[in-house]
Write a protein that binds this ligand. Structure first.
Ligand code: NDP
Length: 240
């Protein structure tokens, strides 16, 4: 069995990625934090399409929990390993820096950036041992250009971009690629509070993207065919 872990795999972009990787033949470990109903729904969608999935709840920001859940899984699957990791779990809490609280800053950094560090640190060593692996980090245009009201989120996503580039250098010889995908505006729960009609005017493609479009790109990066792409940040933003 080939395994893939998608953090925040229960809803939005993560759900579309989970479905795509299941379609590619991976047994998908669907991580989420609290919305079990959404996670169960994703699992059912995969199973109805003939794929395999398990739920794997943990808070990516809790390093000890990440370590415990992943080592328990590894002990129970001694002959196997997780070959594909998609660090997708993410949250935003926008505020101008002038008003930003310590909590708003640290929560965003802990979930988006530290979460990707904890999972990658644990799983990269198994991937390198087996001489095949794919780590795909979902970042954001906000981490490339910066976005007003998002100093915490831009910093977290820019941090993951730095991590992606450095880790890619550490793992390349062992056939483990590490890339980042940077979406613009994608229609999910995360963007439902945004004025879509206004914002789509600044997108050259004149629309928000779909989670499935991001999942297609992630599916390609996870495939054997993408073996020579590593340390890259690929935008998917309708030209934004
Ligand atoms: P959603 O809000 O739709 O889904 C977020 C997912 O992350 C859920 O599965 C949620 O689980 C999970 N999650 C949140 N916090 C944690 C945590 N601490 N531990 C484990 N899982 C957690 O977001 P999107 O699908 O829109 O976003 C996915 C990724 O794409 C994020 O990294 C986001 O920053 C990035 N992105 C999104 C864009 C967009 O326009 N939508 C644009 C650019 C980047 P639960 O259901 O349990 O809460």
């Amino acid at each position: 069995m080939k395994y893939a872990l998608v953090t925040g795999g229960s809803r939005g972009i993560g759900r579309a990625i989970s479905l795509k990787l299941a379609e590619a033949g991976y047994a998908v470990l669907i991580n989420y934090q609290s919305n079990q109903t959404a996670a169960e729904e994703t699992k059912q969608m995969i199973e109805q399409a003939g794929g395999a999935a398990e739920l794997m709840p943990f808070d990516v920001a809790d390093g000890k929990a990440v370590e415990k859940v992943l080592s328990d899984w590894q002990t129970a699957h001694a002959e196997e390993y997780i070959a594909v990791l998609v660090n997708n779990a993410g949250i935003r809490k926008d505020n101008l820096m002038f008003w930003m609280t310590d909590e708003e800053w640290h929560n965003i950094l802990n979930t988006n950036l530290n979460g990707a560090f904890y999972t990658s640190r644990f799983l990269a060593k198994y991937m390198m041992n087996k001489k095949f692996g794919r780590i795909i980090n979902i970042v954001s245009i906000s981490g490339i250009t910066g976005m007003s009201g998002q100093t915490n989120y831009s910093a977290a996503k820019a941090g993951i971009i730095g991590m992606t580039k450095a880790l890619a250098l550490e793992t390349a010889k062992k056939r483990v690629t590490v890339n980042a995908v940077a979406p613009g505006f994608i229609e999910t729960d995360m963007t439902k509070d945004l004025p879509q009609d206004e914002l789509k005017k600044i997108v050259p493609a004149n629309r928000f993207g779909k989670a499935e479009e991001v999942a297609d790109l992630v599916g390609f990066l996870a495939s054997e065919n993408a073996a020579y792409i590593t340390g890259e940040v690929i935008k998917i933003s309708g030209g934004l």
